[in-house]
Design a protein around this ligand. Structure first.
Ligand SMILES: C[S@@+](CC[C@H](N)C(=O)[O-])C[C@H]1O[C@@H](n2cnc3c(N)ncnc32)[C@H](O)[C@@H]1O
Length: 254
């Protein structure tokens, strides 16, 4: 029997400042996701798998009627204590959202879908609760990124442990799904009309690259990271994170 841990503590999953490339990746992913939600003023926006709640709070601060949903009691308490009642915090699974049909303007799911037991059911729920003209924004890590491909190739040549670095292509134990662009778009397009797919950052997780960036000036590392990010926007299949925006398909809601 599988037992769900409703006290789960995801504090280690969302990294605090670690390195320039990590900071860049998480900052840019957040900016892109929040921008993809559109003008939040007076919109009803739900962040599914809201974790610490910082994104739901950012949207509320910009004038949204913001909701944060997470099954973890611990994360809910954290968010509530940190951000208070400007956001409506709801303890819920993404696969069974306690919202009426077509009542939300935007559903955001950032860095969470790969933790869900049944992402297909959750994606259906996103399309059920969002209005016909509403928007759904999903961001996940790409395990076919350039970093993962390079690291996998190095791994074939140098036996494990010899080069002593983290293997970015290894899926963390708290992920249920190992996403790549094909799988993500395949799952989403069953229920959504995809409007946009964007890549964020290139090279994250390659320790030598990260160390190289750390030795450069702040300005130089920023320029390199920005250039790599521009490339990622054009080549999402190689990017570290994928951000997809779509609208509910009519057939999915009938
Ligand atoms: C990596 S955190 C991301 C949190 C937040 N979206 C962010 O970007 O900082 C993943 C979150 O998904 C939540 N989660 C896991 N399974 C879930 C499910 N089936 N439905 C909704 N949330 C889930 C976890 O409790 C956790 O807070």
């Amino acid at each position: 029997m599988r037992v769900e841990d409703l006290e789960r503590d995801m504090t280690s999953v969302v990294p605090a400042s670690q390195s320039r490339d990590s900071d860049f990746l998480f900052r840019n992913m957040t900016q892109l996701c929040l921008a993809a939600c559109g003008d939040p003023r007076s919109k009803r926006i739900l962040d599914v798998g809201s974790g610490f709640g910082q994104d739901a709070f950012a949207l509320a601060s910009k004038g949204a009627f913001s909701f944060g949903a997470d099954p973890s009691v611990r994360m809910m308490n954290w968010a509530r204590e940190t951000y208070g009642s400007q956001v409506s915090w709801v303890q819920a699974w993404g696969e069974a959202l306690p919202f009426a049909d077509r009542t939300l303007d935007v559903v955001l799911c950032k860095g969470s879908l790969d933790h869900f037991k049944n992402p297909d059911a959750a994606i259906f729920e996103f399309t059920r609760v969002v209005k016909c003209e509403g928007r759904i924004v999903v961001a996940v890590a790409n395990f076919e990124s350039l970093s993962c491909r390079i690291a996998r190739s190095v791994d074939l040549v140098l036996p494990r442990g010899r080069y002593g670095i983290r293997r970015p292509f290894e899926v963390p134990s708290d992920h249920f799904t190992r996403y790549d662009p094909e799988l993500l778009l395949g799952q989403l397009s069953r229920h959504l009309s995809i409007e946009d797919i964007r890549g964020v950052s290139l090279g994250w997780g390659l320790e030598l690259y990260s160390r190289w960036l750390a030795r450069r000036s702040v300005r130089t590392s920023r320029i390199v990271l920005e250039l790599a990010d521009r490339l990622a926007r054009r080549l999402p299949q190689l990017a570290d994170v994928l951000v997809v925006t779509g609208r509910p398909r009519r057939s999915s809601m009938t």
